[in-house]
Design a protein around this ligand. Sequence first.
Ligand SMILES: Cc1cc2nc3c(=O)[nH]c(=O)nc-3n(C[C@H](O)[C@H](O)[C@H](O)COP(=O)(O)O)c2cc1C
Ligand code: SF4
Length: 362
Amino acid sequence: MRFGLEVIAEVRRQVGPDYPISVRLGGQDYIEGGATWQDVQVFAKELEKASVNLFNVTGGWHETAIPQLNGDVPASAYSYLAGKIKSQVAVPVVASNRIASPRIAEQVLLAGKADMVSVARGLLADPEWPEKARKGHKPLRKCIACMLCLDQIFKRQPVICAVNPLCGDDNQVIPAAEIKRKILVVGAGPAGLEAACTLAERGHQVTVWEKQEAIGGQWRLAAVPPGKADFLPLLSYYEERMAQAGVELILGKPATPEETLARGADAVIIASGAQPVSEVPFPCETVRVLQAWEVLAGAPVEGSNILVVGGGSVGCETALYLAEQGALDADTAKFMLIHEAEPPDEIRKLLLTGSYKITIVE
Ligand SMILES: Cc1cc2nc3c(=O)[nH]c(=O)nc-3n(C[C@H](O)[C@H](O)[C@H](O)COP(=O)(O)O)c2cc1C
Ligand code: SF4
């Protein structure tokens, strides 16, 4: 605490009495021997006495094993820590972490947990977030909590965003097309949809063919594993953006070579997605082999002993998805906790015990 107070005293001396100073606080370290929210309350009160004008309260420290930012973290999960600080100080307090939409921001403010909210990755995903929130404008492209931007930082690479191709180049203006063309996009996954919208916004006449009866393609599978539910709203974003940009969308339309040629488009963009490797790298007459994509699409997985071949993100996420099958779900756990139906230890055990024994080989 002494170090922080000495830093603030010196900063105040340097900037003078009228300059606002804000301090970012980890609301709780979530590390054995680290600061608890009770400790941070004491620190915040001392900082306020030392002339700090605002606190921005985040969650725990990087070293904690408890996720702080990824999709496992429920919306605004750490705003309770802002509330703990707000109850102790008179200066404004800002809540942070996983406040991805204006609706969530509003809930935090209405609940009185903070005076303001801070949005970090939301601005990488859509720099117009505050303006759209203020005016209620749509479509808003929300952060999907995929962590790509932070991976980049930790690799000392420039920040990029999985859902915003212009991230890092916000001043880039996409010019109107000099020659308007007729363009066919094959495949309505995120790549095809982004291409279609951008081309239509440039003034081209764009049609999208999708062989399924809904847009999204493999994106819908990507949204199935635990902690990835925030992937799905991106599809609503594209639906709204396509409508605004005047993209023609034809569902249930596979692209045969004949029909594609007969379409007479000036350009065809193939965005039909990847295919899983179908070869099984070992003899497997006696076991049933399923592709990860089939599992995520809901194919029944018989038996109890599962081997996942491949420890990349698809393998690990499919394993996590399977690990949750048969375990207590979040709603039931909440119900049991509130009604003290079982001791917390037993509820935790039920939450962590699924139907399958899973091994990943890589
Ligand atoms: C690219 C990037 C860089 C960040 N750098 C810092 C930093 O230097 N100091 C800090 O306290 N938080 C940093 N953060 C964390 C954010 O301030 C914020 O607390 C966090 O991303 C959670 O908010 P969000 O869910 O709105 O993104 C960074 C976040 C991102 C995405
Ligand atoms: S890269 Fe992923 S986590 Fe980062 S801002 Fe974009 S969507 Fe959010």
